[in-house]
Design a protein around this ligand. Structure first.
Ligand SMILES: Nc1nc2c(ncn2[C@@H]2O[C@H](COP(=O)(O)OP(=O)(O)OP(=O)(O)O)[C@@H](O)[C@H]2O)c(=O)[nH]1
Ligand SMILES: [Mg+2]
Length: 478
């Protein structure tokens, strides 16, 4: 954010209680550089500040009524002509009284308006503080607030769709259901304790354990979804693999559209794994990848090169997709096959690419094609990092193969955050103990603990400092 947008008077917005103060807060809600600039004022003094800025009086009748007004500072000097929109509590984003201003997009105006709000007692909002207040006031579920952050960060079709569904409440609904089931189990087991002398079948330990199994399987499915969630968040891991000098780094650079890896005619140029994130477009949309360029594989007496080769094999093992680059001019397919067999390919997608197509005659292409097909049983694609022939086609093929790993049913929940999967894991651990409990008292206590362990997903039993930390990752104005 440009310097001019920072408030000059820091002490005016210092507030020791951080997220847990109820002071009126203000921040820009749009990034700099646009034709318009949004400002949100939220909190108990919002209406008063709005009234002073616009020399207006608000009644509840003015809720959501946009007005075009001149706003002025305390001396009566013009600040800007803008649109002013009041929202009365609880019908606002934060659930508090709020004023939204739409100013002309000038950093100078924005700074002056913020300063004027500070004069009237507001302080600058902390990162994510509007969303924090919305969650605190029950206007937004924690998972929906997190979805807003993911929505802003989404840079490909698949993560955008997932964040939109999360915003619409898919994850919250599922977690609420599981939480509700656990609560019901708590209630039933406590009833079982109270009426233990009556031998009621419905609240007997075996019957409750039976019910618990259903909850456990929902939680297990949720835990299992994280494997895919990581791919949504970080991209699909892809390894570019092959013998030295095959043209791996050149192809890697062609995909990225920049000279990221060093390329030379000396075999063994790449030593370490070079990683980059990239989005590639296929038929189903854009897919994010974590692309790794690796050291060429050969038997080497050089210690450093040997370590690099070990890393190449490790990178291939950890990838969902392996792009094997075969030197179009000088390929030793037997050797390549031997090296490739060191990578367990079960469950992996493989794309074979013959490089240096610009140097290959039609005959050479045909014989390379036949030889690769005979050795690997897969048709190769031809690319040239010089003319860029075939690069787009390989990119599209990679995106199409990878998109099968990201496909979800509509509304299918996929966990993308480590804190969430940890919460599910710890809940499951406690429920495992509950499944082996010998009496209802222990069973009831474990089920209650397991329910509380889901706090990071529900937001209900989270300690204040943890909640504050979640929102501190947001941007100011969110
Ligand atoms: N004409 C032509 N030359 C290429 C092409 N791709 C790579 N080369 C050349 O082949 C040589 C090796 O390219 P690199 O991309 O460094 O090969 P590498 O597989 O990364 O090699 P190592 O890192 O040593 O394993 C360089 O001289 C490149 O200029 C291509 O498509 N066309
Ligand atoms: Mg290389």
């Amino acid at each position: 954010m440009p310097q001019a947008w920072q408030p000059a008077s820091k002490e005016r917005h210092f507030d020791a209680s951080g997220y847990f103060s109820n002071r009126t807060i203000v921040a820009l809600t749009t990034p700099p550089g646009g034709a318009l600039c949004g400002v949100r004022i939220s909190g108990p003094a919002a209406m008063e500040i709005g009234s002073r800025l616009g020399a207006l009086q608000f009644t509840r009748e003015d809720h959501r009524r946009a007005r075009r007004v001149w706003i002025r500072d305390g001396s009566g000097a013009h600040l800007d002509e803008c649109i002013l929109l009041p929202f009365f509590s609880p019908h606002s984003f934060t659930g508090e009284d709020s004023i939204e201003l739409f100013l002309h997009g000038s950093p100078m105006i924005a700074q002056r308006v913020l300063e004027e709000c500070f004069v009237h007692g507001a302080r600058l909002a902390l990162p994510g503080e509007f969303s924090f207040r919305a969650v605190k006031n029950g206007k937004l579920q924690l998972s929906q607030a997190e979805a807003v952050k993911e929505l802003i960060a989404a840079d490909n079709d698949f993560s955008l769709e997932l964040a939109l569904e999360k915003l619409a409440g898919s994850q919250h609904e599922l977690v609420k259901r599981v939480h509700g089931d656990l609560l019901q189990l708590c209630t039933l087991s406590e009833a079982g304790i109270d009426f233990s002398d009556q031998d009621l079948e419905e609240v007997s330990l075996p019957r409750l354990k039976e019910r618990l199994r259903l909850v456990v399987s929902s939680l297990e499915a949720l835990r299992g979804s994280f494997d895919r969630g990581r791919r949504f968040r970080d991209g699909i891991p892809v390894c570019i693999f092959g013998l030295p000098n095959a043209g791996k780094s050149s192809f890697f650079n062609s995909l990225l559209g920049e000279d990221r890896s060093i390329v030379s005619e000396i075999a063994g140029t790449t030593r370490d794994v070079v990683r980059e994130r990239i989005n590639l477009r296929g038929e189903a949309g854009q897919v994010a990848f974590r692309l790794s360029d690796t050291a060429g594989l050969r038997v080497s007496s050089d210690l450093v090169e040997g370590l690099g080769i070990e890393r190449s094999i490790q990178a291939a093992r950890e990838s969902d997709l392996v792009v094997v680059v075969i030197d179009g001019l000088n390929s030793n397919l037997e050797e390549l096959k031997t090296q490739f067999e060191m990578v367990p390919c079960e469950g992996k997608q493989v794309v074979l690419v013959v490089s240096k197509a610009d140097l290959l005659s039609q005959d050479a292409r045909e014989s390379a094609h036949a030889a690769v097909r005979a050795s690997f049983g897969i048709d190769p694609l031809f690319v040239s990092s010089r003319s860029l022939e075939g690069v787009k086609e390989v990119a599209a093929k990679m995106a199409d193969l990878a998109s099968t790993l990201l496909r979800r049913g509509r509304g299918e929940v996929v966990l993308t955050q480590v804190e969430h999967v940890r919460a599910v894991e710890s809940s499951l651990q406690i429920l495992e103990r509950a499944s082996g409990a010998f009496d209802l008292v222990l069973f009831a206590s474990d089920v209650r603990h397991a329910m509380n362990a889901l706090g990071p997903l529900t937001g209900e039993t989270l300690p204040d400092d943890v909640l504050g930390k979640i929102f501190s990752d947001f941007c100011i104005g969110k």
